[in-house]
Design a protein. Structure first.
Length: 340
């Protein structure tokens, strides 16, 4: 269950800052200091009010203690600690629940995304886009294990979802806050946010961004995640087509199936005689069996549609994320409880 510490908002952020950065972190102790320094260097000249929501996804290398140390120095840092390692999507969802910014930017915590791209992405949002996706045009990763699978996945995702962007896997994205607050994320769905959001009317754009080779630590992703991406892609395809009113689409399948079954039943029950069309003296078992099977199939399809409709509507009331926040450290609470 998702829980969080109550937030007391005062001063100029009573209505939220201009920008929230949501950054999932997992065992990135060496990258944390240069990352936060790069963010300050990139954003302070813009004079934006911003917060940095650091979501620790169960780190075991001392990252949490390092996060607390930086939060004591800068009240713009909001810390969220998950109880275990639930993955990047769960960490992002937790950050979206906590953040308050009118615009939201997500980025990795491994220094491969460059904060210098953020002002340009926000400017592109102002052009009328609801989502701006980063495109790692000059990607600094291994060709066989990272670039090639990513290229194949991006092409397939574009075909299946109808949202044509070059790099769905790039975490560096800018959103208007209403977009992420309308979505329920699970599994590895974070890479499909543009496809999901386009289904609720979001305007999606993209721009080339800087991409660096990893300097410290090890990548948390391998080629094995391709299978999860393919599975999630099929789910997104179904969600995009059927999520609004699934019973309609199941009815489209069930009605012709039912009519064919009724036709077979008539053929099996009726027979041409000298006096014209009449009930057969003996039913044709083949036609009647086919009619029975098709009738049951049509009924099952329609019941599946009703269950899907019920599930979709009930899920709007019970959006349980399947993970739990262990601790949420707010700047105000930290300043009262601890001193730098």
């Amino acid at each position: 269950m998702l829980t969080e510490q109550a937030r007391v908002v005062t001063g100029r952020w009573a209505k939220g800052p201009d920008l929230s950065l949501v950054i999932p972190i997992y065992n990135e102790i060496e990258n944390l200091a240069p990352l936060l320094s790069a963010i300050r260097t990139s954003l302070e000249p813009t004079e934006l009010d911003y917060e940095v929501v650091l979501v620790d996804d169960g780190s075991t290398d001392g990252t949490r203690e390092e996060m607390r140390r930086f939060a004591r120095r800068d009240s713009r840092h909001v810390l969220v600690f998950l109880r275990g390692n639930f993955g990047q999507t769960a960490a992002m969802a937790a950050g979206f629940d906590i953040c308050r910014g009118r615009n939201i930017v997500t980025m990795d915590g491994d220094l491969q995304n460059d904060p210098r791209d953020i002002p340009a992405m926000l400017a592109k949002l102002d052009e009328g886009f609801d989502i701006v996706c980063g495109w790692r045009k000059d990607r600094q990763d291994r060709a066989f294990t990272r670039k090639l699978p990513s290229w194949i996945a991006n092409r397939m995702i574009a075909i299946m979802t109808g949202v044509s962007i070059h790099d769905t896997g790039c975490t560096l994205k800018a959103y208007r806050s209403w977009v992420v607050r309308k979505l329920h994320l699970y599994s590895d769905m974070h890479r499909f946010i543009p496809a999901l959001a386009s289904g609720v009317g979001a305007v999606v754009g993209e721009m080339p961004v800087i991409h660096h080779a990893r300097r410290y630590g090890e990548s948390k992703y391998g080629i094995g995640r391709t299978f999860k991406v393919m599975t999630d892609m099929l789910v997104i395809r179904l969600l995009a087509r059927f999520a609004a009113h699934p019973v309609r689409y199941f009815a489209i399948l069930s009605i012709p199936t039912f009519l064919i079954g009724v036709s077979l039943a008539f053929v099996g029950l009726l027979q041409w005689k000298d006096t014209g069309l009449a009930l057969a003296d003996k039913w044709d078992i083949h036609y009647m069996t086919g009619a029975l099977v098709l009738g049951m199939t049509a009924m099952n399809l329609f019941m599946l549609g009703l269950l899907a409709e019920l599930s979709v509507n009930v899920s709007r009331f019970f959006l349980l994320a399947g993970f739990e926040i262990r601790e949420s450290m707010e700047p105000k609470a930290l300043s009262r409880g601890e001193t730098a």
